[in-house]
Design a protein around this ligand. Structure first.
Ligand SMILES: [Zn+2]
Ligand SMILES: [Zn+2]
Length: 156
């Protein structure tokens, strides 16, 4: 039994100007507890969803771009709504075939299940992760276990 919704699914920014569709299952869903994500979200951590670029389409609205420079020096384009400022997705360095969707912008978030947590080293002290979460003190060097954990989860 699949824990996935029927695709396509839709989402958008807070003001409704930007809308998008996701046409197939993501590659993985995880949380990131790095201090940049805490700052970028104004919150405790970010949720991230890696999706194939070919499965993702912005159907409405104007996106602005802010080029974030990671600690590694990589430039990571952040695409956000020009009106309300909600960050909708980012473009991972070295990953032209995928984008990282900010999945809290989906219309239906009930199926989201982060199978991994990155940068637990800087997680806020009160954050408690489920026992089956893959945890990484910093950034994983190999995403294959994260993608496998996601596939396993979706098959229930
Ligand atoms: Zn907006
Ligand atoms: Zn992060």
């Amino acid at each position: 039994m699949s824990r996935l919704p029927a695709f396509p699914v839709a989402g958008g920014c807070a003001c409704g100007a930007v809308r998008y569709v996701l046409k197939a299952s993501p590659l993985g869903v995880y949380s990131c507890h790095c201090t940049e994500c805490q700052s970028l979200t104004g919150s405790a951590f970010s949720l991230a969803m890696s999706v194939l670029r070919s499965d993702f389409e912005v159907t409405q609205g104007a996106l602005s771009t802010w080029m974030r420079t990671a600690d590694s020096g990589a430039k990571i384009p952040q695409r956000f709504c020009s009106t309300c400022g909600v960050r909708v997705f980012t473009e991972p360095p070295g990953g032209p075939h995928s984008v990282t969707l900010r999945p809290g912008t989906l219309d239906d978030t009930s199926w989201l299940h982060p199978v991994a947590a990155f940068w637990t080293r800087s997680a806020q002290a009160w954050v408690a992760l489920p026992a089956d979460t893959l945890t990484y003190e910093t950034q994983p060097t190999d995403y294959a276990p994260v993608m496998k954990a996601w596939r396993d989860w979706t098959q229930g």
